[in-house]
Design a binder for this molecule. Structure first.
Ligand code: GDP
Ligand code: ZN
Length: 442
């Protein structure tokens, strides 16, 4: 059924206790049989049965998945090589010398797409599953891989195709007074609304895929490193009471309220004549500018409240939350009213951290307790959805005026555009762009 050649690559990293080599293509079974040996050949055993044999002197399990019931839709053989990196490298060499070439990044998934095992949205989800930075991001990717977004787009695609056919049917009988079916413009507008609903998931989609850039800023000694450590739930930064110990920025990845987060602890913001420290301050300033959310720490117990507030006012920050820290040292102190979200915490005791996380999630995704979305589009989907949605109001209006040719053209364009999202109509460079981002072996 296919005209593909034979490809192979490790589907796992090489170097673990087991390395899985994946072979895919019309001759995968024959090539596998040349490399892997046992009493029962792969061709004799029922497909999807694990057999024990050897590749060279090393033990290896092998399993055959017959086309089209495989990940790629081609014949696939997996060799599970036991014996460490050396054995796996040797097995890969043998496979490549026996008729397979090394797979390109994402090529297995590309074949799955071409063979109709996955549409383009699902193929992208394969990448999302691998790179998911939180459990919620992972679950979303899994849903998308299972077809949650694809099925909604398929429905829209079919509806647009019906509407296009409806518009074009009037062109075939130009002389007849063909009454158009009731409700067509309404149906066009309903499609536009559904496109917009999908478009509205772009924000949570970007947040779950790319993570939130969260910066902790404030003057030295305000408690930035202590808060970072609390958020990470482990000791990472050096915490001391000497101002300015954290000279450079520290970055870490974590998950807050289900959202993947890149956390940056900046060097203290303050005027300094020490050139190294100035560099650190400069870098802090830049990370603050690139942040989506900033925790600006203020020492609620300190003598320098005015100075701290003045410093904060000098550095406008996106998504800024003012955080009064060291509440345990000054539980009763009257603190000045501030603009914007303000939270009181103690990085030391953990008091107020839940409120801080609520405020964080509100800044990041407009809700204190984000939930797993049904579907969430990515930037590529959003661009195409916007394009398609933009065509539909005019298409509906033209239809209403009896300008069926124009309505038909616009519906055809919208259809094509929605088709591009799922990969029904697609330019080769788009495919390149999507699949080349995958790692080899996927
Ligand atoms: P940074 O310079 O902003 O990173 O501040 P650090 O996290 O290094 O903290 C400076 C000092 O303040 C350390 O001695 C911390 O133990 C102390 N500290 C930080 N947060 C709190 C807090 O909430 N309560 C109390 N009592 N001490 C804190
Ligand atoms: Zn610090």
């Amino acid at each position: 059924m296919n005209t593909f050649d034979n490809i192979a690559a490790p589907a796992t990293g090489i170097g673990g206790a087991i390395t899985i080599l994946r072979l895919s293509g019309p001759d995968a079974l024959a090539i596998g049989g040349r490399v892997w040996r046992s009493r029962t050949s792969l061709a004799e055993a029922p497909p999807r049965t694990m057999l024990l044999g050897k590749v060279g002197p090393d033990p290896a399990l092998a399993v055959y998945m017959k086309a089209p019931a495989s990940y790629t839709g081609d014949d696939v053989v997996e060799l599970h090589c036991h014996g460490g990196a050396a054995a796996a490298e040797q097995a890969l060499k043998l496979v490549l010398a026996s008729g397979c070439r090394m797979a390109e990044p994402g090529e297995f998934t590309f074949r799955a797409f071409v063979n109709g095992k996955l549409d383009l949205v699902q193929a992208e989800a394969v990448g999302d599953v691998i790179s998911a930075g939180s459990d919620m991001a992972f679950k979303l990717a899994e849903k998308q891989l299972a077809g949650a977004l694809s099925s909604r787009l398929e429905t829209l695609y079919e509806e647009l195709n019906n509407l296009r056919a409806e518009a074009e049917s009037h062109l075939d009988f130009p002389d007849e007074e063909l009454a158009w079916e009731e409700g067509v413009p309404e149906r066009i507008r309903a499609v536009a609304n559904e496109l917009k609903r999908l478009l509205a998931t772009r924000g949570i989609g970007a947040t779950l895929r790319d993570g939130v850039n969260l910066v902790i800023a404030g003057r030295p000694n305000a408690g930035k490193s202590s808060l970072l450590n609390r958020l990470l739930g482990m000791e990472r930064a050096i915490v001391t009471s000497i101002p300015g110990t954290t000279r450079d920025t520290i970055e870490a990845s974590t998950v807050l309220r289900g959202l993947p987060v890149r956390l940056t602890d900046t060097a203290g913001i303050r005027s300094s004549s020490d050139p190294i420290e100035q560099l650190g301050v400069e870098r802090s300033r830049r990370s603050i500018e690139g942040a989506q959310v900033t925790f600006w720490l203020l020492d609620a117990s300190g003598d320098e409240l005015d100075l701290e507030l003045a410093e904060m006012a000098r550095h406008p920050a996106p998504g800024r939350i003012a955080v009064w820290n060291k509440l345990d040292l000054a539980p009763q102190r009257a603190l000045p009213e501030l603009d914007g979200p303000t939270v009181r915490i103690s990085a030391k005791t953990g008091e107020g951290i839940e409120k801080l996380l609520d405020a964080f999630a509100r800044e990041a995704v407009d809700t204190p307790r984000p939930e797993l979305p049904e579907v969430a589009v990515n930037a590529r989907h959003a661009r195409l959805l916007e394009e398609a949605a933009g065509l539909l109001p005019d298409a509906a209006a033209h239809f209403e005026c009896g300008e069926f040719e124009l309505a038909g053209l616009m519906l055809r364009d919208a259809l094509h555009t929605v088709g591009e999202i799922i990969g029904k109509t697609v330019e080769p460079d788009i495919l390149d762009n999507i699949f080349s981002r995958f790692c080899i072996g996927k």
